[in-house]
Design a protein around this ligand. Structure first.
Ligand SMILES: *Cc1c(COP(=O)(O)O)cnc(C)c1O
Length: 756
């Protein structure tokens, strides 16, 4: 049936109105209903093997635009709305952004689902349906405030399946209800599913803030993503969440296996489970438990599960490698405890090294160790990260199981991160090289043929300029901040963490501020734009946000500095803001301490939109640098090997921030945190705590790279002035970004690990 007729039917039925008479909200709902139905009707891709991608997070972003694109209806719907005098963009504004992830890891899972479907592979996502997600970030008194983010609406992409599973917790059972969202594949007529489990009777919205009774598991299990783990109740709730997800997911897998006509002995032949970071690791003992309950021996069950599960490592930060006290597991899922002990015992037979044990002498269960011993693949997420895993962090495991280790450099779906968020640039690319790069992103290198084409280079600058102007309007509407679109947009958008070193960027701002105050203006006005949420319990990260907001305020009130230097922090940075900001960025800040950022994916999105990277040789920045060549990226900073030595050396080589603090330039910048100017708007205690930390500890070595960072950034600012040369850098970055399509990543997962 024709789209117009279907829309008319839906709006008549729901609102008693023709589409022309509906408001944007009603049109959004009607389009949601229509698109959801068309996606839902699509059959699953065929295949003897099926993938289940387990992840505690799926940061999917708004879905209407994405799904219209995948269904091949975007242009048609846009025209239809235009014929009614309406604008698809305005209608899309109505959609709430699902708050089902934190940052990179959750966004990766979403990009992967998009690519798995686009490639026509049979693979579903499995996760949890958090009612208030992470939190909504507000700024008040130059600080982050966390308020609940009730993103769910009665009509959403999720539909109830009617299926439910009983999860046996210690002392009580809890029903897991299954909700599904269809994931339509671009370029085919199939759809996979995102399966999200929820409790039967979720709690009412919290009264104020994001505090709630963490012991009320029955009602609160799915209230928040990663509830505050500063206390035992919060940590225990995380284990409840994890077991809830994997137990229900494992039951779903075995049920579908049977429906597909296979027995439990055939699990590994027909199923693959990708464990996205350690949060879903308990799926291993849970599946073993369920298989033995179906009559398999322990040996058989372990054999099947070990040939089914594959593990992705996302970090070498020690605090992120999960270790749960065995007594937590005995309380949450006592039936898993003997299985985990058995797995530990068998692993010790293979490898007596206590450092490789699953259960250590403190009674802690090392989730990653369980994944490595009982998974058939272990992958890192960028070449450098995988090398560090193999050579340093997981060396003993790599010596034991060399064949399990492999690299899968992350990627991003260019459908969302180029086609959907930057139609002007997409149009320019199409005019240069035609449309085929969509299904074969490597073809973007064809853009290099235009490196000396002045019209294309000029057009590229025009596209960037209009994206910057559009972003300025959006920021003005949202936060009342008026930026100068003719300044350089220097963009650092990512979760706030000390290793990502937003504090180093803030110190750059201080350097420029002091220079301008001393009468030395930069060669080009610069706007330093931040977007970042800090975890509610991460005190130092919140102090860094405070510093940035204080700098923003200080400069806003200083008419001498304002024309040359601005700071803007976007409130509640999320996928929607990323989609607005990324097309507008001139410089992509990727300044993590080398060895600490496993891959990064923001770097890839920004590159594909013509931002030039200013970064350390960390994560996928290394691969970006190799692809674009030294003239098209600004790199600086200590090498990862040196950083690792600075951490591990027991003697004089060890990093001491004081040594770096006591240089004339650095001391002045750090001490500015305690200056009267800043204290006028700032919280003296917070700024002093940050000052003490940077001066005396600086665990992520911002001071180590600071001076080099400042000079390289100054170089980028100078070179921005040569507009044609800069446009060439932009073009090279876009041309080489095809490698970072998640379609490429997923093809590699499939060829090397999944074999779907
Ligand atoms: C891509 C993305 C991230 C990851 O950014 P990194 O720079 O790789 O840390 C985080 N949050 C959102 C909303 C994103 O879209």
């Amino acid at each position: 049936m024709d789209l117009k007729v279907q829309m008319e039917q839906i709006t008549q039925e729901r609102f008693g109105l023709l589409p022309e008479r509906c408001d944007d909200r009603q049109l959004y709902e009607a389009l949601l209903v229509l698109t959801r139905r068309l996606a839902q009707e699509r059959p699953a891709p065929e295949g003897e093997r099926k993938l289940y991608y387990f992840s505690a997070e799926f940061l999917v972003g708004k879905l209407l635009d994405n799904n219209l694109l995948a269904l091949g209806l975007r242009d048609q719907v846009r025209e239809l709305l235009t014929s009614w005098g309406r604008d698809l963009n305005a209608v899309e504004e109505q959609e709430p952004e699902p708050s089902l992830g934190n940052g990179g890891l959750g966004r990766l899972a979403a990009c992967f689902l998009d690519s798995i479907a686009a490639l026509g592979l049979r693979g579903d996502g499995v996760g949890l349906n958090y009612h208030y997600g992470l939190f909504h970030q507000k700024f008040a008194d130059n600080k982050q405030r966390e308020v609940p983010d009730p993103w769910m609406e009665p009509e959403s992409w999720l539909i109830p399946t009617g299926k439910s599973y009983t999860v046996p917790f210690g002392g009580f059972d809890l029903t897991a209800k299954l909700w599904d969202a269809a994931v339509p594949g671009a370029y085919n007529d199939k759809a996979n599913r995102l399966h999200l489990f929820d409790v039967e009777s979720p709690a009412q919205p919290p009264e104020n803030g994001i505090d709630f009774d963490k012991t009320d598991i029955v009602h609160h299990l799915t209230s928040f993503l990663y509830p505050d783990d500063g206390d035992d109740a919060g940590r225990l709730l995380r284990v409840y969440q994890q077991y809830f997800m994997v137990s229900a997911g494992a039951q779903l897998i075995l049920e579908e296996l049977e429906e597909r006509g296979y027995g439990p002995h055939q699990l590994a032949d027909h199923t693959v489970i990708q464990i996205n970071d350690t949060h879903p690791s308990m799926v291993i003992p849970e599946l073993i438990r369920l298989l033995t309950a179906k009559g398999l021996t322990m040996d058989e069950a372990i054999g099947q599960v070990s040939r089914t599960c594959a593990y992705t490592n996302h970090t070498i930060l020690a605090e992120a490698l999960e270790k749960w006290p065995m007594h937590f597991i005995e309380r949450v899922a006592p039936q898993l405890a003997p299985i985990i002990r058995e797995l530990d015992w068998r692993a010790r037979e293979v490898c007596p090294d206590p450092a490789a044990a699953i259960l250590d002498e403190h009674g802690l269960v090392h989730m990653a160790h369980m994944d490595i011993h009982y998974g058939y693949s272990v992958n890192g997420v960028a070449a450098l990260h995988t090398e560090i895993l193999k050579r340093v962090e997981l060396k003993r495991f790599c010596d034991l199981y060399p064949q399990k280790f492999n690299n899968k450099t992350n990627g991003v779906t260019l459908r969302r991160w180029l086609e959907a968020c930057n139609p002007d640039l997409t149009g320019l690319i199409d005019r240069c090289i035609g449309p085929d790069w969509r299904q074969d992103p490597g073809r973007l290198v064809g853009l290099l043929d235009f490196i000396d084409n002045d019209r294309v280079l000029e057009h590229l600058l025009v596209v960037k300029q209009s994206a910057k102007e559009r972003f300025c309007r959006q920021l003005r509407d949202a936060q009342g901040i008026d930026l100068d679109p003719n300044s350089i947009f220097d963009v650092q958008i990512k979760r706030l963490h000390e290793y990502k070193r937003q504090q180093m960027n803030a110190l750059y701002v201080i350097q420029k501020y002091l220079e301008i105050k001393a009468g030395r203006t930069p060669e080009h006005p610069v706007t330093v734009i931040f977007g970042a949420k800090a975890a509610p319990a991460y005190v130092m990260a919140k102090h860094i946000i405070h510093l940035i907001l204080c700098l923003q305020k200080l400069i806003e009130n200083d008419p001498a500095v304002r024309p040359w230097l601005r700071v803007a922090m976007v409130e509640n940075y999320n996928v929607t803001w990323a989609e607005r900001l990324i097309p507008a960025a001139d410089i992509s800040e990727q300044i993590s301490l080398a060895s600490k950022e496993a891959s990064g994916t923001g770097n890839m999105k920004l590159m594909a939109n013509g931002a030039v990277t200013l970064g350390t040789m960390d994560g996928a920045n290394v691969e970006i640098a190799e692809l674009v060549g030294p003239g098209n990226i600004y790199t600086f900073g200590a090498h990862s090997d040196r950083v690792i030595r600075l951490y591990n050396d027991k003697g004089g080589q060890r990093y001491r921030s004081l040594d770096y603090y006591h240089t004339p330039r650095v001391e002045r910048l750090v001490d500015f945190l305690l200056s009267p100017e800043l204290l006028e708007t700032g919280d003296a205690k917070a700024l002093a705590a940050l000052w003490r930390d940077i001066k005396g500890k600086d665990w992520f070595m911002a001071l180590l790279d600071l001076e080099e960072y400042i000079s390289v950034k100054d170089l980028a600012v100078r070179q921005y002035g040569d507009r044609k040369a800069w446009a060439r850098k932009m073009l090279v970055n876009i041309a080489k970004s095809g490698y970072f399509s998640s379609d490429r990543t997923i093809k590699q997962y499939n060829e090397d690990i999944w074999h779907l």
